[in-house]
Structure formats: structure tokens, C-alpha cells
Design a protein around this ligand. Structure first.
Ligand code: MTE
Ligand code: MO
Length: 523
């Protein structure tokens, strides 16, 4: 037992505050992990953004996740699924790193071993990214080596003062070293991020794009197609608020100069198209409504844009698709794949290889420089962004990204309708109330939308004029609202006669079903 007033030579000053020492050790581990990630990020500016340990592990996590994990992420965080993943990963890494700091000892480098093990995960992730070579391991390996040096230096300051030094000097040395290492890690990380985002010149490439003149323009939007009811979905979705769903944790940075589309597989003539060769063809312009299969009933993972692009059917005719090929397997520059039925692409609908969205070159997040847009199919089986490869193949031979993970192979969009106005929990007063929303059944078209209150009789809503079969339609319904709590429901019928089903099913495996309803309190 220690005497309460022992002399300073016998006393380990840090031992008096075990909790503080534990925290200092944990912080050492976290700083060391920061060095690994920061240095790794900086070096990945040389070896490619996908070799960054943080993003390589993140992308591999995404790719290894089963269908229910995607559904959980999108239904919980919506289009904020990526930031949510980053926060989750950071917390997990910090916990491991703190443990590494706590258990590291000069003669028993358990913490270093933990860092090395995490490093192995990073190396594995980096070298197995699509198109990666062994060089992709360099950022993680160098980062981990430096991280271990930092971990050992910092924790050794906490193992009691070396002979001839007192505790205060040790504490000061620890603080100086820790601050320095944290600053270096942060600076390297920030510099690495900035270089990764600047290097490829993709923004310049986008700025230089001149969209060729279009002879075959989209029909002008007739008056009345867009009711402009405040709070309701507009007919055209502006690019900045167009939903974004993809597996790309870093937006692929592909310039028009680097872009190629290789068309191969079950074709008569293999072709590789450059950007200039693609743009030599006559483009067409169409408004087409995109929808994500993960959209819940009433959800907002749908958007309508005017696209300029090249008819996919014409490109398929050029290469000569063999009769027994029934799937177009398209691959994006980051390795994501989509399988689209050839039959759908050639049945006369405006399936496009698109280069422009709402009058500007594709935004980077929406597939610059070239993506697919196919009316009537959910995005995961049709809308490949950053597309670089087309293989003509068969559904019984190949499986695309989400089909491998449990989603349906073909993915036609289900007839859907949604209440936009009044917004959830908006105050509503007794008397006339405008209920408004949107409905879609791409490439079949909307025939009818009906509304009912408190499970009363279905009543016809007023539809805006039909713009085309491939776009959504707004609807309104005048309600003479009595006071009380009421439930409003909506259902759509498409021009094929399919009535939207009441049966509630989740988005997995081929799109959610059910009626959207809103509970409205009328005062
Ligand atoms: N390269 C690539 N393309 C992709 C995806 C992806 O993860 N990677 N996701 C698809 C899905 S699931 C949808 S719903 C649409 C969404 O397109 P948007 O982000 O432009 O709205 O892109 C499709 N194209
Ligand atoms: Mo999607």
C-alpha cells in the first residue's frame, strides 16, 4: 500500500490518475489511426482515389453488403446513406484504435498488432477494388507503418517517466507529440482529399462539353402539366435536388477524353466508341421519370428530367446483337453492373445513352460523362451511370450487381402514387382543402388516380394532361374537410388496367407496393 504522502522519487505521477492515463492511451490509439488514414489518403492521390484505405474499406463494405443492408441504409438514411456509412466507419475505427492504444506496451505490442490487422483489411480492400493492382496497397502499408511508430512513441511517453525525467516533462512531451501527430494526420488527410478531387481535371472536362444541337427535341411542356401547387412535386426535377442513389463513395472522375464504351459479347462486330464518335450521331431529347427500386410507398426516390442522349437501340443495331442474347450487361467505370433485357431496349421506347440532364452536361453525381436512362425500368436494372462497357449476354449466364445480392433480375417499375400536399403534420383548417400529389407508371402511363377518406368510397382525382407515357403525372382532389383526425389514401391505375395494389410489400426484391396514406388533423 502506498503512503498518502510518499516522496516524489517513489511516485509515478501518472499512476495517481489511472483514468486520465487510460484516456491518454486511448487518444494515442485514435491519433495513430488518424495518421494511418491521413497518410493513406495523401498517398492515394498518387495511386488513385480508390486506394485510400478509408474509401477502399468503405466501398468493399458496400459491395459486400446483402440486399437487406442496402434497404436498411436507404430506408433509414435515404440519400444520406453515404455520410451515415462514413460516421459508422469512423466510430468503429476509433473504438478499435482506442483499444489498440490502451493495450500497447513497449515489450508487448498488442496495439501495434491491432493496427497491423486493420491495415491488412485495408490492403485487402484496396487491392481487390475493380481495376486495382498491387500499387493500391502502398498508401495503407506506409500509413500503417507510420501509425505504428506514432502509437509506440506516444504510448511509451505514458509508461512512466524515463530515468532522470519527472512526470511533468513526460506529460508535456506527450502533449507536444500527440498534437504534432494529430496535426500531421489532419493536414495529410485534408491535402489528400483535395488532391484526389482535383487531379483528374474532370470539372474542366465537364465545363468544356458542348452539347450538340438536337433536332428531335422533347415536346414542350404544355400549360397545366405543371400545376405548381406549393409543396407539391414539380413536373421537372431540378438537378441539385434530383435524388442520388449509387454505390460510389467517391464520385467516379471520368473525363470525356478518357471515356470509352466497349461493346462486345454476343455481337457481330465489336466496337469501342470514343466521346467524339458518340457525339457524331444525331441525339434526341426526352423527358423521362427515373425511380429507384428502394423507394418506399410515399417515398421521394423518383425524379423527372429532360435528357439528351443517343438511342440505345440504334447502337445495338450497329453492332448486330445475336438472336440468343437477351441481356445487356453494362458496367460503370467503378465496376458496378446492371443487367437490362435487350427486348425492352429494342421495343421502341426511348432508351437513351444520355449525355445531358435538364440542359447541362450530366452532373458528376448523375453519371458524367455518359449514363443510361430507360423509361419503365427501375434504376438498378437500367440506369448505369459512368457507363464504360456493354456486354451482350444472357440472363442465364450473367448476374448484375444487385441481382447477385437478392434483387429481381428484371425490375419493371410498379404503378405508384403519392400524396405530396398537405405535408405530413401540416396544420389544416376545416373547409375546402386541396390534396395534391404525383403518380407514375413509366411507359405504361397513368389512367386514373383515386382518393378516399377514412376508407370511404374512392373518388376520382383530377389529373394534369398527360405529357408522355414515360413521365409522371400530377393530380389534385378538392376535399371539404370536416374537423377531426382523418386518413387520406391514394391509388393509381395504369393504362394497362393495373390497379395499384393495397398489399404492402417491402422494396426487396423488386419494388414496394401498397397505398400511400396520410393522417391529417383538421381543426
Ligand atoms: N455506376 C452506377 N450506376 C448506377 C447505380 C450505381 O450504384 N452505380 N445505381 C443505380 C440506381 S439503384 C438508381 S435508382 C439510379 C439512380 O440514378 P440517379 O442517382 O441519377 O438518380 O442509378 C443507377 N445507376
Ligand atoms: Mo435504385
Amino acid at each position: 500500500m502506498r503512503a498518502p504522502s510518499s516522496t516524489s522519487t517513489e511516485e509515478d505521477p501518472t499512476a495517481r490518475k489511472p483514468a486520465r492515463r487510460l484516456i491518454a492511451r486511448a487518444v494515442s490509439g485514435v491519433i495513430a489511426a488518424g495518421v494511418v488514414l491521413g497518410v493513406g489518403e495523401l498517398l492515394s492521390a498518387l495511386t488513385g482515389p480508390e486506394s485510400s484505405p478509408f474509401f477502399a474499406v468503405g466501398s468493399t463494405t458496400v459491395d459486400r453488403s446483402p440486399a437487406w443492408a442496402r434497404e436498411f441504409a436507404i430506408s433509414t438514411f435515404g440519400t444520406g446513406d453515404k455520410p451515415a456509412l462514413f460516421v459508422g466507419m469512423s466510430v468503429l475505427i476509433a473504438v478499435f484504435a482506442a483499444i489498440a492504444g490502451i493495450v500497447e506496451r513497449p515489450t508487448r505490442p498488442y496495439g501495434s498488432t491491432i493496427l497491423a490487422a486493420l491495415g491488412l483489411v485495408g490492403v485487402y480492400a484496396a487491392i481487390t477494388r475493380p481495376g486495382a493492382g498491387w500499387g493500391a496497397a502502398v498508401p495503407t502499408v506506409v500509413g500503417v507503418a507510420l501509425g505504428i511508430v506514432v502509437l509506440r512513441q506516444l504510448t511509451s511517453q505514458l509508461d512512466g517517466p524515463p530515468p532522470g525525467r519527472d512526470g511533468d516533462t513526460g506529460r508535456r512531451r506527450f502533449l507536444v507529440l500527440a498534437t504534432l501527430a494529430a496535426a500531421v494526420a489532419a493536414a495529410a488527410g485534408v491535402a489528400g482529399r483535395q488532391m484526389n478531387q482535383r487531379l483528374s481535371g474532370v470539372l474542366d472536362s465537364r465545363r468544356r462539353v458542348r452539347i450538340p444541337p438536337v433536332a428531335d427535341r422533347a415536346a414542350p411542356i404544355p400549360p397545366g402539366v405543371d400545376l405548381e401547387v406549393p409543396g407539391a412535386t414539380s413536373f421537372i426535377t431540378p438537378n441539385p435536388i434530383f435524388y442520388r442513389i449509387d454505390t460510389a463513395l467517391q464520385v467516379p472522375r471520368l473525363t470525356t477524353a478518357d471515356w470509352r464504351l466497349r461493346i462486345h459479347g454476343m455481337v457481330d462486330r465489336e466496337v469501342t466508341l470514343t466521346w467524339d464518335e458518340l457525339l457524331r450521331r444525331p441525339p434526341i431529347e426526352r423527358a423521362i421519370t427515373l425511380t429507384c427500386v428502394s423507394n418506399e410507398v410515399g417515398g421521394d426516390l423518383a425524379g423527372n428530367a429532360t435528357w439528351i442522349g443517343y438511342p440505345i437501340a440504334e447502337l445495338l443495331d450497329e453492332v448486330g446483337v445475336r438472336g440468343d442474347a437477351d441481356m445487356l450487361l453494362s458496367t460503370s467505370v467503378d465496376g458496378f453492373t446492371v443487367g437490362t433485357p435487350v427486348e425492352v431496349l429494342r421495343d421502341g421506347r426511348d432508351a437513351l445513352l444520355a449525355v445531358a440532364m435538364n440542359g447541362e452536361p450530366l452532373p458528376l453525381e448523375h453519371g458524367f460523362p455518359v449514363r443510361q436512362v430507360v423509361p419503365g425500368l427501375y434504376g438498378y436494372v437500367s440506369a448505369t451511370k459512368w457507363v464504360v462497357d456493354w456486354e451482350l449476354t444472357r440472363f442465364d449466364r450473367a448476374q448484375a450487381y444487385w441481382t447477385k445480392r437478392g434483387w429481381g433480375a428484371r425490375g419493371p417499375i410498379k404503378t405508384a402514387s403519392r400524396i405530396d400536399v398537405p405535408a405530413a403534420f401540416a396544420p389544416v383548417s376545416e373547409g375546402p382543402v386541396l390534396i395534391a400529389g404525383t403518380a407514375w407508371a413509366q411507359h405504361r402511363g397513368i389512367e386514373r388516380v383515386e382518393v378516399r377518406v377514412d376508407e370511404g368510397p374512392w373518388q376520382p382525382a383530377t389529373l394534369t394532361p398527360e405529357y408522355s407515357l414515360d413521365t409522371w403525372r400530377q393530380w389534385t382532389w378538392q376535399w371539404d374537410a370536416p374537423a377531426g383526425v382523418h386518413t387520406v389514401q391514394v391509388r393509381a391505375t395504369d393504362l394497362d388496367g393495373n390497379v395499384q395494389t393495397e398489399e404492402r410489400t417491402p422494396p426487396i426484391p423488386d419494388g414496394a407496393t401498397g397505398w400511400h396514406s396520410r393522417t391529417i388533423t383538421v381543426r
